[in-house]
Design a protein around this ligand. Sequence first.
Ligand SMILES: Cc1cc2nc3c(=O)[nH]c(=O)nc-3n(C[C@H](O)[C@H](O)[C@H](O)COP(=O)(O)OP(=O)(O)OC[C@H]3O[C@@H](n4cnc5c(N)ncnc54)[C@H](O)[C@@H]3O)c2cc1C
Length: 440
Amino acid sequence: MVPERLSVLVAGGGPAGFMAAISAAEAGVGGVHLLEATPEPLHKVRISGGGRCNVTHACWDPRELVAHYPRGSRALRGPFSRFAAGDALAWFHEHGLELVEEADGRLFPRSNRSSSVVDTLRRAAATAGVTLHTGLALQSAVLAADGFALQLRGQQLSGQSGAVSARRLVLATGSHPSGRRVAASLGHSLVPPVPSLFTLALAGEPLLALAGVAMDPVGLTLELPDGGIQRQRGPVLITHWGLSGPATLRLTAFAARQLHGCRYRARLRVDWSGGRSQADLEELFQQARSAQPRRQLGNARPWPDLSRRLWQHLVAGAGVEPERRWAELTRQQQGGLIAALRDSRYTVSGRGPFGEEFVTAGGVSLGEVNLATMESRICSGLYLVGELLDVDGITGGFNFQHCWTSGWIAGQAISESAGGPTISGSGRRSRTSADTSQPG
Ligand SMILES: Cc1cc2nc3c(=O)[nH]c(=O)nc-3n(C[C@H](O)[C@H](O)[C@H](O)COP(=O)(O)OP(=O)(O)OC[C@H]3O[C@@H](n4cnc5c(N)ncnc54)[C@H](O)[C@@H]3O)c2cc1C
């Protein structure tokens, strides 16, 4: 049963909604109800990070952290100065979950299981007194005398009409259109949603035979039809359809809007050489010629870190017989091979079918939200958090970090507006007073 009059309704049982609800309830706000449309809250947390959940990233300085958000960026400095990756680490520690840093800075639960994160959030919510309703969706919201008149929908209503009211409403519906619709109905303008963080399909599947090959670092230069250029360097994984891996995902995140605008058709230049200059490569070729003059090119790479399969593919693509010996390599053939290593050209034909993470760029415009409280500047008592906002990060735990940050800030602000404790600076909350507002 959902009470007909609520103090706080959080719509959306994902990471941002859970954090907002827990943060408010732990700060003393009573009567926090968390609504999840599906039977399984925190579904994306469960499937995240390949089932391991990349909770956040070891990037401790808010000024550096913001550089990982193609949408949001500098505007997030304020929120991150209040609750950033170090605060998330401490928060999970305080709630019984140890996070472990990997060599590339990503933080995962020590158990390596996303279920530990789900369990931690669910336990924290229950302990703090948050009431969770699953299988119940927020359908509409209109401003009323004392907050919002809401219409809920779902089988769990069991005879109830679904009409309830709430003094404060937190929208944490992620990329689901229903949340955007409610935000728009309350006066918010929306930045059109487009996909971010996807893999690239290449026309003609030129790398099909190399599926599974990983190289690091690889330089990617995306040339867009409007003349725009995006560059990234880092690990790349060759797939059946084209390219994946962190550098590809970073590239598509920063170029998400432009790529959408040109229907995912662009030119891609790939530097497979690890950033080596023409002179470096000529020197390496000279060394290979001297050290292994009689070895066949197909069997002897110019340097050991170069994938054997990729090298053989580039040799064939440059029209050089793999049986040719290093001593027999002509200047022209060397030029062709160096060009293939430094500047292979492909045509992007679309988005790849799978990604490690998919997020949506776009959503409620940040300019319409007070980022010190996550409260709407348009509609008082409405809070907006998580992926619903026009914020998205690159792969590496940055998307969840924004959920922890925006959710935590909203919860604190709700407590403050209800007469709870005032939190300043980056200090974490001190749990002192209780909200006197009760449901009803
Ligand atoms: C496969 C995959 C792997 C990922 N891995 C990572 C990772 O390792 N690290 C990382 O940082 N990010 C990762 N992400 C991104 C991350 O999952 C999202 O950025 C994050 O979940 C957004 O959180 P949210 O709470 O804003 O929205 P969501 O997680 O989408 O949660 C919103 C919830 O609201 C519910 N809902 C929607 N509409 C309504 C309504 N009207 N009423 C009630 N409930 C509603 C939805 O059912 C959903 O449960 C991954 C994403 C995917 C798809």
